[in-house]
Structure formats: C-alpha cells, structure tokens
Design a protein around this ligand. Structure first.
Ligand code: CDP
Ligand code: CDP
Length: 228
C-alpha cells in the first residue's frame, strides 16, 4: 500500500475547498482537516465570553486553552468546542464578520499552526485553509490553490445558506462580505492568503465539484507514483 501524503488546499472563501477536500479525503481514505473551522471556533469562544476583537491577549489565551475537535459527519464534518457541538454555530454571519480579525492575531496563528502540524504529521491528510501550502505544511508534495470569481463564490454561499435554512444576506451583500474578507486575508501581516510558488492553480468558476475532485485526484495519484 502506498503511504498517505500531505495534500494542502488553499484559496479564498467559498472557492469550494472544504467540499472538494472532504471528497478527495474520502476517495483516498485520508483524514480531512478544515483549518478555517478552527479559527471559527476560536472566534465563537471569544464572542461567547463577550470579548472584544481588540482583546488580543485574552483571545490568545483562550485559543491556547480551548479544545477543538472534529468528528466525521454527513454531509458536514462535525466540530466541537470543549466537547460541545458547534458545527452550526460557527457558520453564523457574526462569525463570518469577526473571524478574519481573530485569524490576524499572530499568536493565535502560532497556536493553530502547531495543532495543525500535529494533526498532519503522519501524512494521509487533506488540509484546507489559507496558509497550508505556504506556512503550515510548506513541504506538502501536493499543493492546490483554488480560486473562483467573487460573484460565483457569493452565489454558491447564497444557494448553500438557502439550502441549509440559514438566514442569509442578499447576494450583493454576500459578495461584498466575501470581497472584504479576501482583502483582509490577503493583506494581513502574518501568513497572508497567497499562492505558494509550487502550488497548482485551479479556477473552479466553471467546474462542477466532481470535475475538481477528479482533477486533484489525478495530481495526487501522479505524485504518489513519482514518490514511490
Ligand atoms: O468557509 P470559508 O471559506 O468562508 O472560510 P473558512 O475556510 O471557514 O475560514 C474562515 C476564516 O478563517 C478565513 O476568512 C480566514 O480569515 C481564516 N483562516 C485563516 O486565516 N487561515 C486558515 N488556514 C484558514 C482560515
Ligand atoms: O471551503 P470553501 O469556503 O472554499 O468552499 P465550500 O464551502 O466548499 O463551497 C461553497 C459552496 O460552493 C458549497 O455549497 C459547494 O457545494 C459549492 N460548490 C460548487 O457549487 N461548485 C464547486 N465547484 C465547488 C463548490
């Protein structure tokens, strides 16, 4: 049997990373890790404690104290904060609006990166986020940078919210929120969202989920053959 490798998938909000990463992990029997969910859990914990996004020292302490865990689930991976399920809570608009501020705190990133490397250390992992190929797993043999137009990404989020029964902002508002988050994520000082020089860029604007999964699966198989 071939040894499982590390697969890093990065890109802006709603490019399709988590949907595709989960399916790729299933196909190869790899573990899936949604690093965005980890930053969302820290944000939720901070908001529940009534902290302001400027209370960086307290948010850092909280990030180091809380226990974030995952369990496989269908259709969504289940997410837990200190043992309590928060899968739905971390997808609320209030988290969307505050998560980039929390993710910009350097010591929060140091702690999340440490946990992510621990999760990925044995390979056989598909990890998605913003800085996986550049910072968390710079030696991952497969790196994908997934993009799509802001309009298409807002449209996807809108359809998803409706389908899940989550109260949704209008398409125009979602597009603005996505563009603002792209800007914050790409311009922050520590580990900004950028394509690693050795990553494969995949524009999913006009691709179905299955097409993207097939494309990445081909790259993984080819890389596994080369590494044998
Ligand atoms: O699902 P969506 O693409 O909206 O976002 P996400 O992947 O859940 O990530 C939420 C936020 O966490 C992002 O907007 C980033 O600010 C931050 N994040 C990060 O800084 N680094 C990562 N590796 C993953 C997420
Ligand atoms: O993880 P990320 O924020 O990058 O995106 P996602 O949550 O996986 O995808 C956002 C939405 O776009 C989901 O509802 C997917 O089903 C949908 N999607 C799509 O319609 N076509 C694709 N090629 C990829 C995702």
């Amino acid at each position: 049997m071939t040894k499982g490798i590390q697969v890093a998938i990065d890109g802006p909000a709603s490019a399709g990373k988590s949907t595709v990463a989960k399916l790729v992990a299933k196909r190869f029997n790899y573990v899936y890790c949604d690093t965005g969910a980890m930053y969302r859990v820290v944000t939720l914990a901070a908001l529940r404690k009534g902290l302001s996004m400027d209370d960086t020292d307290q948010i850092v302490r909280l990030a180091q104290q809380i226990k974030i865990s995952f369990q496989p689930g269908d259709p969504e991976q289940r997410v837990f904060l200190d043992g309590d399920e928060v899968t739905q809570d971390i997808r609320q608009g209030q988290i969307d609006n505050n998560v980039s501020a929390v993710a910009a705190i350097p010591a929060v990133r140091t702690e999340m990166t440490r946990q992510q490397r621990e999760i990925a250390q044995n390979g056989g992992i598909v990890m998605d986020g913003r800085d996986i190929g550049t910072t968390v797993l710079p030696n991952a043999p497969v790196k994908i940078f997934m993009v799509a137009t802001a309009y298409e990404r807002a449209r996807r989020r809108y359809v998803e919210n409706k389908a899940k029964g989550i109260a949704t902002a209008s398409l125009e508002e979602l597009q603005k929120e996505i563009e603002l988050r792209d800007k914050k994520d790409s311009t922050r000082a520590v580990s900004p969202l950028t394509q690693a020089p050795d990553a494969t860029r995949l524009d999913t604007t006009n691709l179905t989920i299955d097409q993207v999964v097939d494309e990445i699966s081909k790259i993984i198989k080819k890389t596994q053959e080369q590494l044998q």
